[in-house]
Design a protein around this ligand. Structure first.
Ligand code: ATP
Length: 263
């Protein structure tokens, strides 16, 4: 398992603490993502995944530590400037304009040297029939495809994706997540994504980091983590939660768990 600091990374986060009103909810986090690599950020609800992405994207200023993108120290740089430097975020909840069509979303996001519509539609062919439909009339899966394609229009060097699967049926998620793999492979983008469907996430990711209570508790190659479900589950639940789950599995009564999670 490569340490974050040894990765020749497009994104390099070192000793990051992040949170709200000066109070950290993520502590001492180090991670890296290379170009063409897909990395999953996993963890239970409230573990700090969204806070991490928001800080990398410039929506929150880091409380401590550094964030480098393409070798530049971007910690504390506001989101609009980071977007110009090639960082795109697909936020939780998509943040679409329901009164605008797909085509209008893409036109608004377009910058010089961006990905032409034709190339985007090769990645997400389902969007072709949605070009002249308003976002509010699209299905959840189509909306998520639009949110991803809007983030890709500017040909980002780093794509951050917060819970693509939110509110979607697993069959739709199975179709969507491999798009992240293709984005990394075909556009040579570094992709960091948050995902609750752990098995599906590990199917498309090269590596994964697991957060629990704001701290990094596990990292490794997706191919290794796929075979270490117990370890992954223990990381999600924390030791107390894991012991409680084991007790329930044995027919005993559980001790109260510190944090819930699903693997
Ligand atoms: P989920 O999967 O539920 O989105 P998460 O891992 O993304 O969880 P975060 O949303 O980063 O976790 O939240 C981490 C912690 O920060 C939680 O305890 C949450 O209550 C807290 N938090 C999130 N947003 C804010 C905010 N705007 N102000 C204060 N605390 C917040």
């Amino acid at each position: 398992m490569p340490a974050a600091s040894s990765v020749a990374a497009e994104l390099r986060v070192e000793g990051l603490s992040a949170g709200y009103l000066g109070t950290p909810v993520v502590r001492d986090l180090s991670l890296g993502v290379r170009r063409g690599e897909v990395v999953a950020l996993l963890g239970a609800n409230g573990a700090g995944k969204t806070t991490t992405l928001a800080t990398i994207a410039g929506l929150l200023a880091p409380l401590r530590g550094t964030v480098h993108v393409g070798g530049d120290d971007v910690g504390g740089r506001p989101a609009y400037r980071l977007a110009r430097s090639g960082v795109s975020l697909v936020p939780e909840g998509r943040a679409l304009f329901f009164g605008l069509t797909t085509r209008e979303h893409l036109r608004l996001a377009r910058s010089r040297g961006g990905v032409p519509d034709g190339e985007l539609l090769e990645l997400l062919p389902e969007l072709r029939k949605c070009l002249d439909r308003k976002a509010g009339l699209l299905s959840g899966g189509e909306q998520q495809m639009l949110a991803v394609s809007r983030a890709l229009v500017s040909r980002p060097r780093l794509l951050l994706v917060d819970e693509l699967s939110l509110g979607l049926a697993p069959v739709v998620v199975e179709r969507l997540l491999p798009v992240l793999r293709r984005v990394a492979d075909e556009l040579d983008t570094a992709v960091l994504f948050v995902e609750q469907h752990v098995a599906l996430a590990l199917d498309v990711a090269d590596r994964a980091y697991v957060l629990s209570h704001g701290r990094l508790v596990l990292e490794g190659a997706a191919s290794d983590l796929r075979h270490r479900r117990d370890l992954l589950k223990a990381s999600y639940l924390g030791e107390a939660g894991y012991a409680a789950e084991q007790a329930v599995a044995r027919g005993g009564s559980p001790e109260p768990a510190g944090e819930e999670g699903s693997v």
